[in-house]
Structures are given as C-alpha cells and as structure tokens.
Design a protein around this ligand. Structure first.
Ligand SMILES: Cc1ncc(COP(=O)(O)O)c(C=O)c1O
Length: 363
C-alpha cells in the first residue's frame, strides 16, 4: 500500500448488532419554525432493526448472561408483537440463542411474518381474553419460560436492562450530539425505558434539562404522574402503538419526568404523515405522537430552547396503518372520496386537488 491507502484500516463490524445506536440527530426545520425554537429529531428508525428497541436487546442478553440466568444455547421469551420482539430475535441470532415470542392474534400478518423471518418461534394467542387468562399472550409467554429449561423471560416493563441501555447509549449520544445545549427532552412513554434511562443521564449532566413524557389518550400514566393513583376510569382502547399503558411499568421513573402530555390517535397519525412530507423523515405512529406533543406545547417554547424529540421507529412498519389511506378512512381520520364522488372521473379530479393541497397546504 502506498500514500493515502497506507492510512486505511479495516472498518467492518463483527455482526449487525454492532450497528445499533449512533442514530442521527436532525434539525426539524418545519417544526422548529412552527415552535419558534430549535427542534431536533433523534431518528431511531435508522437502527438496523428499525427502532430504538435494538438498543435494549443486547443489554438484556448481556445482563441475563452476567447474572447467570441463561447459559449458551438457551431461549429468550417475551410477550410482544412489537419492536422489542424483532430486536430480540435479531440479537438472539447473533448470540446463538433461541427466541420465543407470544403475540396477540390481532397483530398484523406482516408482523408475524417479520418475526418468523428473524427466526423467532411465534405463539399467536387470543387477544379477546384478560391478561390473567392462561391463554393470554402474557400468560403463554410466562408458562413457556417456566417450562422450558435454560430459558429467560425478558419482561421489558420491569427488566432494568431496558432502562440501562438508554442510560448507557441514548442519553450520552443526545448530550454529545447537542454539544450539551439540550434544554428539553421529549419522548413517548410505554415501558418507560427510553425516557427514564436517557433522562437520568441527561439530568446528571445538567439538572436544568426538562423531561417531557408523551402519553396516549386512553392511558393511565398521566393521571398517575399527577396524583400517584392508578385510576382505571382513564383507561380506554386506543390505536397508538407503544405509547401509554393501562398499568404502571417498573421502568418508568415518574420522579425524573417533569410533566406528561397526552395526545390523541388522529392528530398523531397526521403528524407522522406531516413529518414524512415536510422533513423527509419516514417514521412510525409514535413519532407522530411525539411531534403532536411538541406542537401542543407550542406556548412553552422560547427561541433559546433546544428540544430533542425522540422518534422511536421507522415508517415502513406502518404501511398497513398510518400510511394507508384505507385504514385512515376506516378510523374516520380522512373522508372517503367515494362518499363525495360517485363517478370515477370526479373522484380522480378530487384526488388531484387534494394531492395538490397536501403538497402545498398545511396538512
Ligand atoms: C413504536 C414505539 N414507540 C414508543 C415506545 C415507547 O418506548 P418505551 O417502551 O421505551 O417507553 C415503544 C415501546 O414499545 C414503541 O414500540
């Protein structure tokens, strides 16, 4: 080798899980303008498994190994149809473990196929039973873990590795990427790992940083933060995935979160679409929820604020939902054009006008 080439050194990764983290922090121009301050999006959909949950998968395995809770060739078991299942399946391949995922039968075909593609054994369980029912996906995961030798029930809601992963990686990345200028951290709350882990690190660097948790209409978390009471009258079904809960996960540190804000299904769906159209960031439904939250908080923002908003996963996971007009119509979020136009010609003309409006208007 000569000249420039002599300075080269190999830069490949040993396995795909080494590509987890160091996701981009990107200025969101439209939303910065709307809010009158600097809004930065942490684009977690660019992890190899397309979500922030990639960060917790390896940490869960590392901690289970260290604590002697699993031996080589063992089985990780979890009850999730979502991002954690996919990330765990990936990590199990890389670390030579087996993976069993119990998921509710309301999960889309697409999700089931994705998990199987990643080598997981998928137990499809009835979703019309209570979580205590032996057939529920929670119970079936627990039973599998109890009956399979050398297995480990992950339980991301209470497993501290979830918190630790974000304390060790998401928090330090945000601190470094903002050069310490961050004033607010906004994240959706499900298990609580993403917000609590990163917030703990950030507050250790600067206790003045404000932490804002994004919750869903239909979840009990906001009320619990305000009153310390579990009020099940707050709980009702909703569409947002990964955001909010009907129970109190152990990984939420309620003391470190300065305030919660609730968002609804419809606005969150439109904000996800707007994020794609205005910022060219193709992110998931809960990312729309996070954006909706910063807009609901518009009056709070000052020009000197540097707000980091975590965008948990990738839009490609929602092709049959938020990014599907038929689904949006069935939820009553957008009107069916056929209601207004019974001829194909008029319908096409209407579509043209609407497309123009979506492109240049304020959807
Ligand atoms: C799409 C999505 N958004 C947000 C969250 C919330 O993250 P956390 O569980 O770390 O609170 C999750 C968690 O499952 C998720 O899957």
């Amino acid at each position: 080798m000569t000249g420039e080439n002599s300075k080269l050194s190999p830069g490949w990764m040993d396995n795909i899980m080494e590509a987890v983290g160091d996701t981009p922090l990107v200025k969101l121009k439209t939303f910065s303008k709307l809010c009158g301050c600097t809004i930065l999006g942490k684009v977690e959909g660019l992890n190899p498994g397309l979500s922030a949950k990639d960060r917790i998968a390896i940490e869960i395995i590392d901690q289970a190994e260290k604590a002697g809770k699993i031996k080589p060739g063992g089985t990780f078991v979890e009850s999730t149809s979502g991002n954690t299942g996919f990330a765990l399946a990936m990590a199990c391949i890389v670390r030579d473990y087996k993976c069993i995922l119990a998921i509710p039968d309301k999960s889309s075909e697409e999700k089931i196929h994705q998990l199987r593609a990643m080598g997981a054994t998928v137990l499809v369980c009835p979703s019309n039973v209570s979580s205590g029912d032996p057939l529920s996906y929670y119970s079936q995961a627990k039973t599998a873990a109890e009956n399979i030798p050398n297995s480990f029930y992950v339980n991301q809601y209470f497993n501290r590795a979830n918190f630790d992963a974000h304390y060790k990686s998401t928090g330090p990345e945000i601190w470094k990427q903002t050069g310490g200028l961050i004033t607010h951290y906004v994240a959706t709350v499900g298990t609580g790992g993403t917000i609590s882990g990163a917030a703990t690190y950030l507050k250790e660097q600067n206790p003045e940083i404000k932490i804002i948790g994004v919750d869903a209409e239909g979840s009990i978390l906001t009320k619990y933060h305000e009153s310390g009471k579990v009020d099940m009258s707050e709980s009702h079904p909703y569409l947002l995935e990964g955001v909010g809960k009907g129970m109190i996960p152990g990984n939420i540190d309620f003391d470190i979160i300065d305030r919660f804000i609730k968002v609804d299904d419809k606005n969150s769906a439109f904000r996800a679409r707007q994020l794609a159209k205005r910022e060219a960031i193709f992110a998931g439904y809960s990312s729309g929820a996070a954006i909706q939250a910063i807009l609901q908080l518009r009056r709070l923002w000052r020009p000197e604020h540097v707000v980091v908003v975590l965008l948990p996963d990738h839009g490609s996971k929602y092709m049959s939902k938020v990014y599907n007009d038929g689904w949006m119509q069935r939820q009553g979020f957008i009107r069916s054009l056929s209601k207004y136009a019974n001829s194909y010609k008029i319908q096409k003309r209407l579509e043209k006008v609407i497309t123009k409006y979506v492109k240049y208007g304020s959807v």
